[in-house]
Design a protein around this ligand. Structure first.
Ligand SMILES: [Zn+2]
Length: 127
């Protein structure tokens, strides 16, 4: 029987490992029989087929339509939800969610600049 801690082969029926002293579980798995970890990495290889978060998709679309103001705001909100879903549930589409947030932020930034320019023009007209 093999020690589950150091992998040392111990005489059958021993309670403690002769090498490291760890208590031997009688259900201990020999190190050679441990590769059940391999199918897990094989599953990860097929992971890209995971569903895309609807919020991420909506965020990107709203981000593209963001010039109407309210869409830009929704793009940021949906994007944040999409990123959160990606973290918690592993839903795909994080790239789209980030793009939506960035686009929404750019539109809002441009909107603020536009308002500031109009305010500046208005102020200079009265001075
Ligand atoms: Zn041991």
């Amino acid at each position: 029987m093999y020690c589950s801690k150091c992998g040392e082969l111990n005489p059958e029926g021993s309670d403690y490992c002769k090498k490291c002293g760890a208590p031997l579980s009688h259900a201990a798995i020999p190190p050679a029989a441990q590769p059940p970890a391999a199918p897990a990495s094989g599953q990860q290889a097929t992971m890209p087929a995971r569903p895309t978060s609807g919020f991420s998709t909506a965020s990107l679309i709203l981000g593209i339509l963001g010039f109407s103001g309210i869409c830009a705001l929704l793009a940021i909100i949906f994007g944040a939800i999409g990123i959160n879903q990606e973290k918690r549930t592993g839903a795909g589409g994080k790239g789209m969610a980030i793009a939506g947030v960035v686009l929404g932020s750019v539109w809002i930034f441009l909107g603020i600049i536009t308002i500031l320019i109009f305010v500046a023009i208005g102020l200079s007209a009265f001075s």
